[in-house]
Design a protein around this ligand. Structure first.
Ligand code: FEO
Ligand code: CA
Ligand code: CA
Ligand code: CA
Length: 602
């Protein structure tokens, strides 16, 4: 079909009210059932979740915190590939104030709020946090209308901040990657702050390290060997005090450890003993996601946002081609070319290769090899003149149209003299979505055209400058797009992070977004999260009949509201999903299906 032709069916469901509630809700005619919650068993022998007697050892066998990316991979040989598969789950970060009794916001979060940090933290609490990070692999099956986690599955896996991983690609073995634990620069313990991700045609899970700066402590003096590099990444951020118990997180005691985080990690979910691989060819920055698509000539292409104000949109193109032979394809992500996007004022764009020796990426500018280019991908992109964006989050290609959607969540620091064609609003509080079309519909091409699909925010407030289609209702608009998914019909669904009653009069949720024909730019509310939560992980089964979504940090405070009470373990803003007096709110995965069966919104 021709790009731009109105061939996608409109979304068939009755829009939900956007009124904020303390529970999750889906549009009428659909069921939304909890699949698994923080603390539920993943590995055999996991103890029952006991919120007042948590241990790192228990957490290492239980479902982790803040489920973010969800990747559904059918089990080969399944009678129905959309009813039996593996679900790969990122556990992005932890909320101490909601997880632990008696901690409160004045402790772990105090560093950001100007209080006394970490007064009540202990080695055991830090261990629980480290075991609540990383990821989970779950075997899941649908029987009748109901999805469940298969108990004691041979695929079940927990990956944590201590799981040993291999470093591959151009930075592997480089002196800047070497530490006391790993004098060769080829292995590292753990992955942290895994936000969104992707899955490959050869059945691997690619998961992204995002805000890794927050885990490091110490003092970054100008004499630190990585001063310029770490400053560009916000290291050390000291959002966590793991360095008080593990010196590798102290940039003074282990000066290179922070170079070993901020990568894309590829994991074989079919082998629970496989060693996860940090794929350094894809560059080091605050990786939001890693959604991929096979290019016309067979190279695999991964799109990636770097979620920071004024940072960039990237894509990685493999050197080799997808062969269909799993053993061969397993190393495709080791070698290829990283590119960064420049959006030109005339609606065209260029992918600028980050290749050592080309243009300014030379020893004169501190890039002695490709290892230096990937370790400092941000600085390399600065020198290439890439376009400074409004916090790039998820980037997904639509296989039906080859259009690529870029979620730009917000950027309140952009001033009037800093606007550019692709980021046209100063004080961009509500974000926007950019649509790109690769030249020749070839995802390996170096040129593209682009347009803005929608500028987000309340369309009834003229000063906001939102551009939703006029058919969008008062419930249908949103701010702060973050994750997205394309369904089996080639339609776009947008998940948000940052809507709250004080800011947009609604909580986060999932909005169905028209992209083609006269309805383009119309959005409709399908699902909403409980108070304080963020919407993550939207993922369809291949048949389009199940929509998995992840609810992160339910129970947080509406922190834009100065009158709101601090949210804590004892006093959360909701107790979803258990609603029991002594049970804190729990991040959880929800499976959405249509009552009586059938495709979602068809
Ligand atoms: Fe973890 Fe960019 O959201
Ligand atoms: Ca995100
Ligand atoms: Ca976000
Ligand atoms: Ca988050």
């Amino acid at each position: 079909e021709a790009a731009g032709a109105n061939t996608t069916p409109s979304f068939a469901f009755n829009e939900l009210s956007s009124a904020p509630t303390d529970r999750a809700e889906v549009a009428a005619g659909y069921d939304a059932n909890v699949l698994i919650r923080w603390g539920d068993p993943v590995l055999p022998g996991a103890p029952a979740f006991d919120p007042r007697n948590q241990t790192g050892a228990a957490q290492s066998r239980q479902f982790g915190y803040n489920n973010d990316y969800l990747g559904y991979i059918p089990l080969p040989g399944a009678a129905n590939p959309s009813r039996h598969g593996l679900l790969c789950v990122n556990h992005e970060y932890t909320n101490e104030e909601l997880m632990f009794p008696g901690i409160g916001v004045q402790d772990a979060r105090a560093a950001q709020r100007g209080g006394i940090p970490f007064a009540k933290m202990t080695a055991e609490l830090a261990s629980i946090e480290m075991m609540a990070h990383g990821g989970s692999v779950l075997e899941i099956r649908r029987d009748g209308e109901h999805w469940a986690v298969v108990a004691d599955s041979r695929y079940a896996r927990r990956i944590t901040a201590e799981t040993e991983m291999e470093i591959t690609g151009p930075a592997a073995g480089h002196p800047r990657m070497r530490t006391g634990y790993d004098p060769e620069g080829r292995k590292v313990r753990g992955m942290i702050n895994n936000c969104a991700g992707g899955r490959t045609p050869w059945g691997t899970w690619v998961t992204c390290e995002e805000n890794v700066n927050g885990y490091f402590s110490g003092t970054l003096g100008e004499d630190h060997p990585e001063y310029r590099n770490y400053r560009r990444m916000g290291i050390p951020g000291r959002w966590q005090n793991w360095a008080d118990y593990h010196q590798r997180f102290d940039v003074n005691k282990e000066p290179n450890e922070a170079n070993r985080f901020g990568w894309v990690v590829e994991i074989d979910p079919f082998d629970p003993n496989s060693v996860p691989k940090k794929r350094t060819a894809i560059g080091r920055f605050k990786h939001e996601g890693a959604a991929g698509i096979t290019a016309r000539d067979g190279q695999y292409v991964i799109y990636a946002g770097d979620d920071e104000r004024f940072d960039y949109v990237y894509k990685f193109v493999t050197a080799g081609k997808v062969s269909g032979n799993r053993a061969e394809d397993m190393n495709l992500l080791e070698t290829g070319t990283l590119h960064v996007a420049r959006y030109n004022v005339d609606g065209t764009g260029d992918w600028l290769p980050l290749v050592h020796g080309q243009g300014p990426l030379t020893a004169e500018n501190g890039f002695a090899s490709q290892a230096d280019v990937v370790i400092e991908a941000r600085r390399a992109s600065d020198l290439l003149g890439a376009t400074r964006m409004d916090r790039p989050e998820d980037v997904e290609a639509n296989p039906k149209t080859d259009k690529v959607y870029v979620m730009l969540t917000n950027n309140i620091r952009r001033t009037g003299d800093q606007v550019n064609a692709a980021n046209p609003r100063s004080d961009n509080r509500f974000g926007h979505i950019v649509e790109m079309l690769p030249e020749g519909r070839d995802h390996a091409a170096l040129k593209f055209t682009w347009d803005i699909l929608v500028r987000c925010g309340d369309p009834s407030v003229a000063a906001v400058g939102a551009t939703f289609n006029a058919n969008t209702t008062k419930d249908g608009w949103f701010g702060m797009p973050d994750n997205c998914a394309i369904d089996s019909e080639g339609r776009l669904w947008v998940a948000t992070d940052g809507n709250m009653p004080s800011k947009t009069g609604r909580n986060d949720g999932i909005w169905a977004m028209e992209t083609e024909g006269p309805a383009r730019g119309t959005s409709k509310l399908f699902f909403k999260v409980p108070m304080g939560a963020e919407m993550c992980g939207p993922e369809f089964t291949p048949d389009g009949e199940t929509f998995f979504v992840a609810i992160q940090h339910p129970g947080e405070a509406d922190d834009e509201n100065p009158r709101a009470e601090p949210a804590t373990f004892e006093n959360p803003s909701t107790r979803w999903p258990d609603f029991k007096p002594d049970m804190p709110p729990r991040p959880a995965i929800v499976a959405i299906t249509k009552k009586g069966g059938g495709k979602i919104a068809v």
